[in-house]
Design a protein around this ligand. Structure first.
Ligand code: MG
Length: 201
């Protein structure tokens, strides 16, 4: 079996006046995490784990902190790009495990919800996502949230096979266009595509 492992780490300092975003959730708390984006420490660690698993660099190489486009950005965007990278490399996620290290808020009561959200973002079953949390005993970083993530990937297709698949799908689309044109010529009225993807926003 062709498998890959990836590891990611991130840390952000707490800061008053910003919403707290962890694991794609907005959490009720007196402070949020400082960062150029929404500061979602867990999604950043997972993004790095995914990119690292396919040797595709890290979050900073894709989204430089100085870039105004990523100011206050939803970190799910970063995660999506990392997902595309692993798909382009021909891999999919087997499972993921994470550990958050922070003093407050307590993650236990919302861990199940966070697991559901992360699983949804990664398009995998919640049973394949681990969310654990602990306090930073003895680390002297009481005003910081840290996240560690490990991910296991397995190969789905050879990149060549993926290209063949997309070529087949493209020719299918072209065929549908031809049939639609023919039908509209016969009936004298334009036939709408069953799904107009441009309309889906
Ligand atoms: Mg970060």
């Amino acid at each position: 079996m062709d498998i890959r492992i990836g590891y990611g780490f991130d840390s952000h300092e707490f800061k008053p006046g910003v919403p707290l975003r962890i694991g794609g959730l907005t959490i009720e708390h007196s402070e949020g995490l400082a960062g150029h984006s929404d500061g979602d420490v867990l999604l950043h660690a997972i993004t790095d784990a995914l990119l690292g698993a396919v040797s595709a660099g890290d979050i900073g190489s894709f989204f430089p902190p100085g870039d105004a486009r990523w100011k206050d950005a939803d970190s799910a965007i970063f995660l999506n790009v990392a997902m595309e990278e692993i798909q382009n490399a021909g891999y999919r996620i087997v499972n993921l495990d994470t550990t958050l290290v922070l003093n407050a808020p307590r993650i236990g009561p919302i861990a199940a919800e966070m697991r559901e959200r992360v699983a949804e973002l990664l398009d995998i079953a919640p049973s394949h996502v681990g969310i654990k949390a602990k306090t930073p005993e003895g680390l002297g970083v009481d005003h910081v949230a840290q996240a560690h993530a490990v991910v296991l990937l397995e190969r789905i297709e050879e990149p060549g096979e993926l290209q063949t698949m997309s070529a087949v799908m493209e020719s299918q689309r072209q065929l549908e266009d031809v049939v639609r044109d023919l039908v509209s010529q016969v009936h004298g009225v334009p036939v709408k595509a069953p799904f107009d993807t441009d309309d889906i926003t």
